[in-house]
Design a protein around this ligand. Structure first.
Ligand code: NAP
Length: 260
């Protein structure tokens, strides 16, 4: 089935608890609003508290389920806050039906030899180490559901790194590696579906930073990706486990590359 043929019902995500990192802008914000509209309780993770509160108000104003706010700077080591986050979700909801790793930073677009090591470390922290730590912490809550989805948002350079994409490409490549091994580990030991999404060119502030001279209207808006994420998160869509999805819905098994 092409993910874009999947039609979510108005209550597809009723009673489902889904955490989205980087919920304050771009793709993450679109997912938060759209999933809340379809009944999900969305847990909004971001580092900009004012933006999180504005999004909270918008969702409440739309009469959708009350979201949770998770102020969290993914570029900082904070194991205690991770533990506290798990405890709060456990006490309040008891389960997690979806975890969408979406937050990322671009870092520099310079030749490798000129890449600042401090920037390299910051990009890896945000784009790779934080999602890994968050996954380890929250996996037991995903396992509590008889049907849950773990989504890693990558990039074309996460599959095939290219010149001058530096730590961004390397961090996404590493993230796809973790998604691949985790998908294999979880395949026979849990009901957690692991997916990787390459959103492709999308009209957001990250895209604008990467391609400042591009006309923003020449690339698709984040809303065009919603159906794909809804398909991957839905308990009824029958989405395959352990696949890497492109923005046009084409997909291939993650394991394919690991077995080369
Ligand atoms: N747009 C594209 O063309 C494109 C293409 C391929 C892949 N992607 C991927 O799609 C995902 C979403 O990107 P986007 O295009 O929607 O970019 P975006 O508009 O820049 O959104 C990124 C989100 O991540 C958050 N974030 C960044 N650093 C953070 C940190 N340290 N702690 C917590 N949150 C942090 C940002 O919060 P702040 O607002 O506070 O910075 C923002 O909410 C990323 O994983 C990106 O790599 C995008």
């Amino acid at each position: 089935m092409n993910p874009f043929s999947f039609k979510a019902e108005p209550n597809t995500f009723s009673g489902r608890v889904i955490l989205i990192t980087g919920a304050t802008s771009g793709i993450g914000r679109t997912l938060a609003l759209g999933l809340a509209q379809l009944g999900a309780t969305v847990l909004l993770l971001g580092r900009d508290v004012a933006a999180l509160e504005a999004l909270f108000d918008e969702i409440i104003g739309n009469h959708h389920p009350e979201p949770g706010i998770v102020p969290f700077d993914l570029s900082q080591d904070d194991p205690e806050r991770l533990t506290a986050l798990k405890q709060v979700i456990t006490e309040r909801y008891g389960v997690l039906h979806g975890l969408i790793h979406n937050a990322a930073i671009l870092g520099d677009r310079v030749p490798f030899e000129h890449y600042k090591t401090t920037t390299w470390a910051q990009v890896f922290k945000t784009n790779f180490e934080a999602p890994v730590a968050l996954t380890q912490t929250l996996l037991p809550l995903l396992r509590q559901s008889s049907d849950s989805a773990l989504i890693f948002t990558s990039s074309s350079v996460g599959y095939s790194p290219r010149a001058y994409w530096g730590a961004y490409a390397a961090s996404k490549y590493a993230l796809e590696g973790v998604a691949t091994l985790l998908s294999e580990e979880l395949e026979n030991t849990s009901e957690v579906r692991v997916s990787v999404v390459n959103p492709g060119a999308t009209r957001t502030k990250m895209r604008q930073a990467a391609f400042p001279s591009e006309d923003p209207d020449s690339v698709k808006p984040p809303e065009d990706l919603f159906a794909l994420y809804a398909y991957l998160l839905s308990p009824t869509s029958g989405a395959p486990r352990g696949h890497r999805f492109q923005s046009d819905g084409h997909h291939q098994p993650l394991k394919h590359r690991a077995n080369d």
